[in-house]
Ligand binder design. Structure first.
Ligand code: BES
Ligand code: MN
Ligand code: ZN
Length: 483
């Protein structure tokens, strides 16, 4: 979407000019707009309230109330810009201006405006005949004085939004279409979009040769061949270090022989949201997101099915690092897939740090609800950096502990490890993280459990009501440019 920074607001008949009005601020409108006496009484003072002003010849202004100027956050602006975009769409306007001239116009706010306006207007009904096409073709962010720094912020904001939308589009695809092979093809497409990105794809044979028995054990119940996707981004200049992003890409999770109940099982098409978040971040990099690091994306794309060759509870598999694992519950498959993805990352990629992201445990919903993702790791500085990046990006994380006492709970009876803890021990989200900790070698590592936030998130103007959220993509892009 064409997104520009401007300091000249000109309303036209196909345009909606949306003015973000801080609490208590006075609005100055052009002469052809209706006088304040005509609309003042209709304009509330709660953030999110709007009033539409009608001028002659189709001129329209939308006033959007926000918080006080001094207190207005980037998220406030992101939301206001999304409200503007949604309104422009419903009015069939081909362009929308988000006028920020009454705000502080900080760089973070300009970026958030571009982000919110671009993330909104998305219809998650991906395969409906009458899926809503966006009407808006141009977004303008208006400020009092446009400069190069502001232009860069607007560009980065629109790239971040495109990356988020890429992740959401993948999430919303059904599992009969988005198979592991289809996912790998999507990764190839992203890589083709940039000379800085290359991709390598490993199928079953290549993974057998590596000894990735943990991942392959999950895959063996499905006729859809698993794919380990390895994307590499090389920055233009000298690299500041090597970062690996590892994503759980279960294109569908039936639970396997430890079959999930039918109600709601359809949502397990979203079990690839971690991999989608990573691929979304690569789409951002392909489009020019700022990043001075060498970035590796490792996606474990697998389908968990109860086929005739499916693994059984009690089976023992061996991961790439030689650790043996008792599969006590075939539904705790994400950690089995990630175990080998993490070993691969540790041994083949050798990064300075690892971030993995996964819809790993339903328990994350109990711990934090749908508002906050769980995060843990073996390096508090790295964890705190991730939380801070999330805060700047508008995505919330909360740390859970990983200690030796917790880690011991995941040791096995017949093998080195078991893929679930004993009944009654609780702490399901921590258990998932602890299990993964055995596969990262000595590398600084952060684990993000997005089971509660990848979909079913609370409604927001820049999310559609339903469908995936693309969570973690924006956090990653924020991390990569600042880390
Ligand atoms: N993909 C699920 C986790 C999940 C559940 C995500 C609900 C989002 C909503 C994961 O593979 C899983 O099934 N985890 C089990 C682990 C258990 C068997 C230890 C769970 O959370 O029930
Ligand atoms: Mn599962
Ligand atoms: Zn799963």
């Amino acid at each position: 979407m064409r997104t520009v920074l401007t300091d000249k607001v000109a309303s036209g008949r196909n345009e909606l000019v949306a003015i973000v009005v801080p609490d208590k601020a006075r609005v100055a409108l052009p002469d052809n707009a209706p006088a304040a006496s005509l609309w003042k009484a209709d304009f509330g003072d709660k953030p999110g309230e709007i009033v539409l002003l009608r001028g002659a010849q189709g001129h329209r202004w939308l006033l959007i109330r926000s918080t006080k100027k001094a207190a207005m956050t980037a998220e406030d602006v992101r939301i206001a810009a999304a409200i503007a975009r949604n309104k422009a769409e419903s009015m069939d306007r081909t362009s929308v201006t988000v006028d920020l001239s009454l705000t502080k116009q900080s760089i973070a706010q300009l970026e958030a405006a571009a982000e919110g306006a671009n993330m909104a207007g998305y219809d998650h009904a991906i395969m409906k005949a009458d899926r809503k096409k966006t009407v808006v073709k141009k977004i303008s962010i208006a400020v009092s004085a446009a400069n190069a720094e502001g232009r860069k912020a607007v560009k980065q904001g629109s790239i971040t939004a495109a990356a988020n939308l890429c992740a959401r589009e993948l999430q919303n695809l059904p599992a009969n279409i988005l198979t592991p092979k289809h996912f790998a093809a999507e990764a190839r497409k992203v890589a083709r979009g940039s000379a800085k990105i290359s991709v390598k794809i490993l199928g079953r044979k290549a993974m057998e040769a590596l000894g990735a028995g943990s991942l392959l054990g999950v895959a063996q119940g499905s006729v859809n061949e698993p794919q380990l996707v390895h994307l590499t981004y090389k920055p233009g200049g000298k690299s500041k270090g090597r970062i690996a992003l590892v994503g759980k890409g279960l294109t569908f999770d039936t639970g396997g022989i430890s079959l999930k109940p039918s109600p709601g099982m359809e949502d397990m098409k979203f079990d690839m949201s971690g991999a989608a978040a990573v691929l979304g971040a690569f789409e951002g990099l392909a489009q020019g997101a700022q990043c001075d690091y060498e970035v590796h994306g490792i996606l474990g794309c697998v389908e968990n099915m109860p086929g005739g060759n499916a693994q059984r509870p009690g089976d023992i598999v061996t991961a790439m690092n030689g650790k043996t694992i008792e599969v006590l519950n075939t539904d705790a498959e994400g950690r089995l897939v990630l175990a080998d993805c993490l070993c691969y990352t540790d041994k083949k990629v050798k990064p300075d740090r690892i971030y993995d992201v996964a819809t790993l445990t339903g328990a994350a919903i109990h711990a934090l609800g749908h508002l906050t993702s769980a995060v843990m790791g073996n390096d508090d500085k790295l964890v705190n950096g991730l939380i801070a990046a999330g805060e700047r990006a508008g995505e919330a994380y909360w740390q859970l502990p990983i200690t030796e006492d917790y880690r011991k709970l995941t040791l096995g009876q017949y093998a080195d490890l078991a893929n679930i803890n004993k009944p009654g021990q609780g702490a399901g989200t921590i258990a998932g993280g602890c299990f993964l900790s055995y596969f990262v070698g000595d590398r600084p590592w952060v684990h993000m459990d997005i089971a509660a936030t990848a979909w079913n998130h609370p409604a927001k103007p820049y999310y559609s009501e339903g469908g995936g959220s693309g969570v973690a993509t924006r956090t990653f892009l924020e991390l990569l440019r600042s880390a």
